[in-house]
Design a binder for this molecule. Structure first.
Ligand code: NAD
Length: 493
């Protein structure tokens, strides 16, 4: 559509300034809680991608040669800028995505601030290996930035995940072209404005709005883009892996999940109920780490199920700005329809609905909003479609199991392998199962307890590579071995 002057307009941020899309075309941005358009964002094409990559390429040498302490200072200034406007960013994120304002205020935006601060410290601490040469020489490893890199993120944690990629890429000395999801473009636009205000050197960070199939695909295959850090669905990750395969660029792919919680009878059941209600329904169940399958040891099956369902029924779905709302709106009408179709499928596959299972109608002005009640099923076989495919909404299935082996086979029995939440007081069992679980993360007696230094990512169809801490710094650098022959060297005590 053509630009409308009545709407908020999220443009690109290229070469240090706001940039209108070369085509002059925009796409609608919706407010999920009201089901209406409230803004428009640039529909970037290959021309905008070329401009952004060229800007990143021009800025690459200056940024890479800047002392790490100075790069770290820039990251801290960005963090300070977001923190100073935390309320504004949180309100924008909530409006754009439908998530509760309280969640955006306490999790999304503070985490974006932490991402920049954490990787500022990593920039200063980053070091490389040295191999002393057995009397023949000295080898050391240079870890050099790659150049211009692409960062692509999804809609569920918009600024949180975009900055989780941008911050390490910049810290390691790369310049960045980042593309947020076309469904939640607002806070990326605000980040661009902030970078312009603080005077971040032009071209170091470029933010490109637009559709994945157009701007995203042109960006990842651009010959001057040296690496792609992607978070999103497995289907898109697979498309990126195929389209870039012959270019041999570095890829980090964080993709979908079908995570299982495993609850043994010897755990703190009350705590497990509380945490797994959060673990299934936080952010309307739209977190890649959410537990959409909850496996319960048969001896506590009835007790756990009844307590769980009673707790879920107390969750309030409502206006995202109301502090009493536990769940806000689903991010888009299309995604709401997808989640509802999985609820219909769960009925078809013989599941028993324990609570929820329907769209929630709220009074005006939210009567056109996209709300779904937190939904719990049981009596679904572990290998049916709803227990195999990612729903990515307020939906979870409870299943009893008889012993460790059966729990493992249910938990491992999908193509995904992102995260598991294991509940037991038996330390031996916890270790045994953690080693056997096919997932990148195993939480024991907790869910989503994050430490930014740890390797983050999945196995099987959930991911390739790891983000976080040193892994991210290593992903965004290329190693070079330098070997010096030392004449007359002999190792002495
Ligand atoms: P998506 O794959 O549809 O889109 C993700 C991003 O990729 C968007 O910015 C989109 O514009 C872009 N894109 C789409 N097609 C592209 C292409 N051909 N080339 C380049 N870029 C393209 O995912 P989504 O619906 O936005 O997000 C939900 C998915 O993300 C779920 O599957 C969820 O599990 C996953 N996710 C994973 C993690 C993780 O850490 N593993 C975290 C959050 C979300």
């Amino acid at each position: 559509m053509n630009a409308s002057s009545d709407l908020l307009s999220f443009k690109n941020y290229i070469d240090g300034q706001a940039a209108v899309p070369a085509s002059g075309q925009y796409l609608p941005v919706y407010e999920p809680a009201r089901g209406v358009q409230y803004a428009q964002h640039a529909d970037s094409t290959v021309l905008d991608v070329d401009a952004a990559v060229a800007a990143a390429d021009r800025a690459r040498r200056g940024w890479a040669s800047m002392p790490a302490e100075q790069r770290a200072d820039w990251l801290r200034r960005i963090a300070d800028g977001i923190e100073a406007r935390l309320e504004e960013f949180a309100a924008a994120e909530s409006r754009d995505s439908g998530k509760p304002l309280a969640l955006a205020r306490s999790v999304d935006i503070p985490r974006a601030v932490s991402n920049f601060r954490f990787f500022a410290a990593q920039a200063e601490l980053f070091s490389s290996e040295c191999h002393e040469g057995n009397g023949r020489g000295l080898n050391y490893t240079l870890r050099q930035p790659l150049g211009a890199v692409a960062c692509i993120s999804p809609w569920n944690l918009p600024l949180y995940l975009l900055t989780w990629k941008i911050a390490p890429a910049l810290a390691a000395g790369n310049t960045v072209v980042a593309k947020p999801s076309e469904i939640t473009p607002c806070t990326a636009w605000m980040l661009g404005q902030l970078c312009a205000q603080i005077g971040l050197p032009a071209g170091v960070l470029n933010l490109l709005q637009g559709r994945g199939a157009e701007a995203g695909s042109k960006l990842v295959t651009h010959p001057r883009i040296k690496a792609v850090s992607f978070t999103g669905s497995t289907a898109t990750g697979s498309a990126i892996a195929s389209s870039t395969a012959t270019q041999f660029k570095k890829l980090s792919l964080e993709m979908g999940g079908k995570n299982a919680a495993i609850v043994f009878a010897d755990c703190d059941i009350e705590l497990a109920v509380e945490e797994l209600v959060r673990g299934a329904f936080n952010n309307q169940g739209q977190i890649c780490l959410c537990m959409s399958r909850i496996l319960v040891e048969r001896s506590i099956w009835t007790q756990f199920r009844d307590a769980y369902v009673a707790r879920v029924k107390r969750l309030k779905v409502g206006n995202p700005t109301d502090p009493q709302s536990n769940l806000g709106a689903i991010v888009s009408e299309q995604h709401m329809e997808k989640v509802l179709s999985y609820i219909a499928l769960a009925h078809e596959e013989g599941g028993r609905l324990l609570c929820g299972g329907e769209r929630v109608e709220l009074p005006a002005p939210f009567d056109r909003g996209w709300f779904i009640a937190p939904t719990v099923f049981d009596q679904l076989p572990y290998n049916c479609r709803v227990n195999q495919e990612e729903v990515f909404g307020p939906f979870t299935a409870l299943m009893p199991f008889d012993d460790e082996q059966q729990a493992l086979s249910f938990a491992n029995g999908t193509v995904y392998g992102l995260a598991t939440s294991l509940w037991t007081s038996d330390l031996n069992r916890a270790h045994r199962m953690a080693a056997e679980l096919e997932s990148g993360i195993v939480w024991i007696n907790c869910w989503m307890l994050r430490d930014l230094r740890t390797p983050f990512g999945g196995v099987k169809h959930s991911g390739v590579g790891r983000e976080g801490g040193l892994d991210a710094m290593r992903f965004f650098t290329e190693q070079k071995n330098v070997c010096i022959k030392i004449m007359g060297f002999s190792a002495r005590a």
